[in-house]
Design a protein around this ligand. Structure first.
Ligand code: PEP
Ligand code: MN
Length: 343
């Protein structure tokens, strides 16, 4: 299932032009459009509100595409239903707040329309599952997970780090379909194709992709939106695999994705460690302290091996990894000190 449409509904002309172009792509099954936008800073464009719902309904009537929008409060739910929005999604910033999720669930009691639940911004699987439970408890049955990546502490090529193992774990724990919102994972246009393919390889049930008739002029998320034509092109280059749960291929792809993510995190951590080590090098140079302090290092290594033991890690592995890291740090700090003597 492909859900496409602009980040925000901006004007009647924009949503109509975008929807009409999207309706020509057979894979596109639903039109998305944000009406109320959760923005980081208060001066930013916060969505058109009720008049946007009028245009979204017109776009549905003109194209036959069912529509979806984000709701964050019971008032949003009431208005979205009044203007016949077909499906709702709960945004990543709302799913972090159990009070909000509970209010939304209560507002939807007795209205069993499809609800897409995005992952919370923080990588917290229990919080995501808790949101499903709140909607299930009021009787909603058409729940779908949307994986849109997670905030990450360090620069990463992604706007929101995918951490594929979390959505994979979610689908193992809950029997719900999952859609991958590649636009908010990538945050740019360039990585969409590869990320969409990766999502399909890991057995997603569909994609959410932000499309705008004039992406460069978009009022929100301009850098990641693409034209409907570019979406058609992207879809034509994807390999759709049949989703056979439990097949050797999909299990392996899932596990490999998990390893790739962990390796990426290890590299980020190594880079961070090296930065701190360089700062220590600068400090040592300033204060004329020797680079190697053997007693301290022996103690650290013994502590790491003990922690490794408690985690069931092979001692040789822990020893080899930390020796290699330590040697690299010493080399770097020596260079820093030598720079000092040359100056
Ligand atoms: C959106 O879909 O435009 C949006 C705001 O998404 P998220 O909640 O994933 O940031
Ligand atoms: Mn967006």
């Amino acid at each position: 299932m492909i859900i496409a449409g602009p980040c925000s509904v901006e004007s009647e002309a924009q949503i109509l032009a975008t929807a009409q172009a999207l309706a020509r792509i057979p894979e596109v099954k639903m039109l998305r459009g944000g009406i109320w936008k959760p923005r980081t800073r208060p001066e930013a464009f916060e969505g058109r509100g009720e008049e946007g719902l009028v245009w979204l309904r017109e776009a549905k009537q003109a194209t036959g595409l069912p529509t979806a929008t984000e709701v964050a409060t019971p008032e949003h739910v009431e208005l979205a239903l009044k203007y016949e929005v077909d499906a709702l999604w709960i945004g990543a910033r709302t799913v972090v707040n159990p009070f909000s999720v509970q209010q939304l669930a209560e507002a939807l009691k007795g209205v069993d329309i499809p609800v897409f639940i995005k992952n919370p911004v923080s990588p917290d699987l229990k919080l995501w599952i808790g949101a499903f439970e709140r909607f299930q408890k009021v009787g909603l049955t058409q729940l779908v997970a949307v994986h849109r990546g997670f905030s990450y502490y360090k620069d990463s090529p992604y706007r929101n780090f995918p951490m594929w193992e979390i959505p994979i774990e979610l689908t193992q724990r809950l029997n719900v379909p999952i859609i991958t919102d590649v636009s908010h994972i990538c945050g740019n246009r360039e990585m969409l194709q590869a990320t969409a393919q990766k999502a399909l390889d890991l057995a997603t049930d569909g994609l959410m992709i932000e499309c705008h008739n004039n992406p460069d002029a978009a009022l929100t998320d301009a850098q990641q939106q693409i034209t409907p034509e570019a979406l058609g092109e992207l879809l034509s280059h994807l390999t759709f695999r049949s989703k056979v749960t439990g097949s050797v291929e999909s299990d392996l792809a899932g596990l490999r994705g998990e390893i790739d993510d962990i390796d990426a995190e290890l590299l980020q951590l190594l880079a961070r460690r090296m930065e701190v080590s360089e700062r220590i090098g600068d400090y040592k140079k300033l204060n004329n302290v020797t680079v190697v302090q053997m007693d301290r290092w022996k103690q650290i290594l013994a502590d790491h091996i003990a922690v490794g033991d408690s985690l069931g890690l092979d001692r040789e592995l822990v020893n080899a990894v930390f020796e290699a890291i330590h040697q690299a740090s010493i080399r770097r700090q020596s260079e820093i000190l030598e720079d000092g003597t040359n100056q």
